[in-house]
Design a protein around this ligand. Structure first.
Ligand code: FAD
Length: 451
């Protein structure tokens, strides 16, 4: 019998990426580089990230470089800066945890540094998300990306047919395979798992984040020069306040994380308008520099409800022709500041696999479907445990940052014992052996292909 639908067999793999966030765009560059025919469909009218900051570890930047050297170039051209400014005397970047609570000492501006971890020189680079996304878009040929395309369904018409994607505007597209990079509320995840699977939707982590950028001069007034120009995480009971410099050191990115015992009223709307007064109330009883910084928050400030996949992790990131990457696969709370970094590791794993699929299908076009399936299975086996560990660990880190004991002078020594654990967890992220991951990836693929 004849069919009008194009057949899956033959030609280079055609892959659709749903979602043009950081992970979707970085993955698109990686797939283009290995010879995949790629299309990215993004629901938004234009590429708009929030004007908040994001930081990447040196390790993740090395993964970006392996995916496509234009990615770290884009990052640096978007004004990324090291998150510490120790100068020639101390070129390392650090994570610093500092006592944020009011201790009624003689000098109310004095804060004790609880702990710091060196990430090495340029161990962390912070940038503005919107500027990074803009620089990434410029690296991608314009016909690869289509905006205003909100995916609704994916129809599998049988083994030898392409997948049919339907968008809200009534248009369709076809692909050999689809990778969902469509974020925490992923549509592709719901299609893959089915609506009834509890992992198809994220749940509320009972923590909200108030995010803002503050001009450096104002940050220095509140915090003093050293604290303003270097990353600090002020910890205390039921909240913590994190900041680091961005935008060529002209601003700081400040995020106030606040515990919320209540239910979030509307799952479809996870960003609400908060006020400076809300933040002030949450940090009542904290030390003067923290309170002074909050005074410099704008009158209204976005309040992000943090949803993640901790409660119901995704049982499998793939089926034969669909897979999930980035927040779509493993949306996490942001307390390790490493969610996007995990998505970059996913993109490195997937680009490496697709390089093998392209090489194999050049010689044996009829094996394309099997090769893609083997690639997705390998990806799930290599990436799932680590990325879901991060989701767990981020929740644990939030508990450590926000222990009630921070408010109790008699319990400070006990509270500080968490930093041993903090170090181990942080090092598992920073010192990830991505070379070993790539080895495991290639071995896994070859095994599944029976080589
Ligand atoms: P997203 O950025 O959410 O992109 C998904 C895209 O898909 C969007 O553009 C969306 O419009 C599109 N889309 C959704 N549905 C559809 C559809 N049906 N059809 C078409 N398109 C669709 N990570 C770090 O590594 N370092 C940090 O310092 C850091 N700090 C953070 C601070 C906070 C406060 C938060 C909340 C997160 C932080 N993260 C950090 C995590 C990081 O923001 C995310 O992991 C990252 O943005 C995920 O990227 P993504 O591309 O997977 O998803």
């Amino acid at each position: 019998s004849t069919t009008t639908s194009p057949s899956l067999s033959g030609g280079e793999p055609e892959i659709v990426i749903v979602g043009g966030g950081i992970v979707g765009l970085v993955l698109a560059l990686g797939l283009l580089r290995v010879g995949v025919k790629v299309k990215v469909y993004e629901q938004a009218q234009s590429f708009r990230e929030v004007g908040a900051g994001i930081a990447f570890t040196a390790n993740v930047i090395r993964c970006m470089n392996l995916i496509d050297p234009s990615v770290p170039v884009a990052l640096r051209s978007s004004g990324s800066v090291a998150t510490s400014n120790g100068g020639a005397e101390d070129p390392d970047d650090y994570l610093r945890w500092i006592d944020g609570y009011e201790r009624h000492r003689e000098d109310p501006r004095k804060q004790r540094l609880f702990y710091k971890l060196s990430a090495g020189p340029r161990g962390f680079e912070g940038c503005r998300r919107d500027q990074f996304l803009e620089s990434l878009v410029k690296c991608i040929p314009s016909d690869v990306v289509e905006l205003k395309k909100r995916l609704e369904t994916i129809e599998d018409k049988g083994a030898n047919q392409k997948l049919l994607l339907r968008f809200r505007d009534g248009t369709t597209a076809e692909a050999d395979a689809v990778i969902g990079c469509d974020g925490v509320k992923s549509r592709v995840r719901r299609i893959l798992l089915g609506e009834d699977d509890p992992a198809s939707r994220p749940s509320y982590s009972h923590c909200v984040a108030y995010r803002t950028l503050i001009p450096m001069a104002q940050a220095i007034e509140a915090l003093g020069e050293y604290k303003a120009t270097n990353q600090h995480n002020h910890v205390g009971p039921n909240a913590n306040l994190l900041h680091y410099p961005v935008a060529n050191n002209t601003m700081i990115n400040a995020v106030a994380f606040v515990r919320d015992p209540n239910k979030w009223s509307d799952d479809s709307q996870t960003v609400a308008v908060g006020t400076r007064d809300d933040v002030k109330a949450a940090f009542k009883g904290w030390c003067a520099p923290v309170r002074d910084l909050i005074e410099r928050f704008p009158d209204t400030v976005s309040k992000w409800a943090i949803f993640d996949l901790w409660e119901y992790p995704v049982p499998q990131y793939n089926n034969d022709r669909l897979c999930l990457a980035g927040d779509a696969a493993h949306a996490t709370s942001p307390h390790h500041g490493a969610g996007a970094g995990q998505g970059i590791e996913d993109a490195l794993c997937l680009s490496t696999l697709m390089r093998e699929v392209v090489a194999e299908t050049r010689e044996h076009p009829e094996t394309k479907a099997k090769a893609i399936t083997a690639a997705f299975r390998t990806y799930d086996a290599v990436r799932r445990t680590r990325s879901q560990w991060l989701v767990n660990s981020s929740r644990r880190v939030c508990d450590m940052h926000q222990q009630a004991e921070w408010a109790d002078d008699t319990k400070i020594t006990k509270a500080e014992t968490v930093f041993e654990e903090m170090r181990d967890r942080t090092f598992k992220i920073w010192h990830f052996d991505y070379e070993a991951m790539l080895k495991e990836t290639l071995q896994g693929y070859k095994q599944r292909r029976g080589w």
